[in-house]
Design a protein around this ligand. Structure first.
Ligand code: FES
Ligand SMILES: [Fe+2]
Length: 400
């Protein structure tokens, strides 16, 4: 799992003024919408006092109140009220939790899970079809959904751009067992954060609604032109699939949200330029979900669960080149220190005596603060780690 990326964590319309817990990258987040401005706040769901879950609390204006002893935290993570304190007693500077940058786009809440300053952050992905939606007079109809995998998100990521599996895992649907060869392709890199493979496929005769429409068009599948399909990864965890069908274009974005090492919650959007009425939404949703069920039956059982770092640990052939490129790119980011390890996780079945969290930008903005931060961050930036080593870290509750 990689820090320092924007992660789509939830559909925008699900985030309300009622605080909710989300599990992302082995961490708990509390997210809520501020009552007046409707801005989304994402904080570490771990009160620095006694570790209660802030998501069990409630809002006081824009602040969240911890359900255990009523400490109140601002959207920027600072604690500004400790009810048990007698008047005149100050609030320790280290009474604060990590607050992560948030943006809303494409119907999602995106949270920046890391400590990079704004100018150094990888960009949010661009999903251009959202500028061209039917409801705004454009050509794409969109449906959304969720699917929970019992698999690591990187295995799912590779599955999403793996063309060779379709004739076997999706035989009869869009994979054609009679034509399993994968044409040679060049990996395209629109930017340093994504890679795509485009090939011509020959899927079997479509069933259901699509098949009926094909027949109405007098669409003889034997004479039908190939279906040009692009599949690729968009870091840190997304898949884009673009299928140019005879009846129109279908595009699917999967945000493979890592809950922990072996659970991944996909929140997906599927866009189409055909059957753009509401009447065809259910069919579009069911088609997408069936693909997930077919994939999960295989991918959930892949071992080892985690993607090896040693490229020689699994055998790659020519058609796997896009996955190999992912593994190489991941290694580069790991070398930069962006990889989170299992010691960083607070979720899971193992009882722990320490809690670590993913560092937020405030820690880098003020190393002095970071030094005193209650919940330590693994994978923290070297300057913060150095500052921590240099400074005393024994502030008491009474000090400022
Ligand atoms: S645990 Fe949150 S206020 Fe005490
Ligand atoms: Fe698949």
């Amino acid at each position: 799992m990689l820090k320092n990326f924007w992660y789509a964590v939830e559909f925008s319309d699900k985030v309300t003024t009622k605080p909710a817990r989300l599990t992302v990258l082995g961490q708990y987040l509390v997210v809520y919408r501020t009552p007046k401005q409707g801005r989304v706040v994402a904080l570490s769901d771990l009160c620095v006092h006694r570790g209660a879950a802030l998501s069990g609390g409630w809002l006081n204006d824009d602040k969240i109140v911890c359900p255990y002893h009523g400490w109140e935290y601002e959207p920027d993570g600072r604690c500004t009220k400790i009810p048990a304190n007698l008047p005149g007693r100050g609030i320790p500077k280290k009474a604060r939790v990590d607050s992560y940058p948030v943006q809303e786009r494409y119907g999602f809440v995106w949270v920046f899970m890391g400590d990079l300053p704004e100018e150094e952050r990888p960009p949010m992905p661009v999903w251009p079809e959202f500028d061209d939606l039917v409801e705004n007079g454009g050509k794409f109809r969109v449906v959304t959904g969720e699917f929970l995998w019992n698999a690591n998100y990187e295995r799912i990521l590779e599955n999403g751009c793996d063309i060779a599996h379709a004739p076997f895992v999706h035989a009869g649907r869009f994979g054609n067992p009679d034509m399993p060869q994968v044409p040679d392709y060049e990996v395209e890199h629109p930017d340093e954060w994504s890679a795509f493979a485009t090939v011509d496929l020959h899927p079997p005769k479509p069933s259901g609604l699509w098949g009926k429409f094909g027949r109405l068009l007098g669409n003889d599948l034997k004479k039908r032109p190939p279906v040009t399909t692009s599949a690729g990864w968009m870091l840190p965890n997304m898949i884009k699939l673009h299928v140019r069908l005879p009846i129109g274009d279908m595009i699917i974005y999967d945000t493979n949200i890592p809950i922990d090492e072996t659970h991944t919650l996909v929140k997906w959007v599927a866009l189409r330029t055909f059957f753009t009425g509401k009447w065809a939404d259910k069919d579009a949703i069911n088609r997408t979900l069936r693909i997930f069920y077919e994939d999960a039956a295989v991918v959930d059982k892949v071992r080892p669960e985690l993607l090896p770092f040693d490229l020689g640990a699994e055998l790659h052939i020519k058609s796997d080149i896009i996955a190999v490129e992912y593994r190489r790119r991941r290694q580069e980011l790991a070398d930069k220190g962006w990889l989170l390890n299992e010691e960083d996780f607070i979720t899971g079945d193992v009882p722990r005596r320490t809690a670590t969290v993913i560092p937020s930008p405030a820690r880098r903005e003020s190393p002095e603060l970071a030094r005193a931060w209650v919940h330590k961050a693994r994978g923290e930036h070297p300057t913060v780690a150095a500052a921590r080593l240099m400074g005393a870290d024994d502030e008491t509750e009474e000090s400022k």
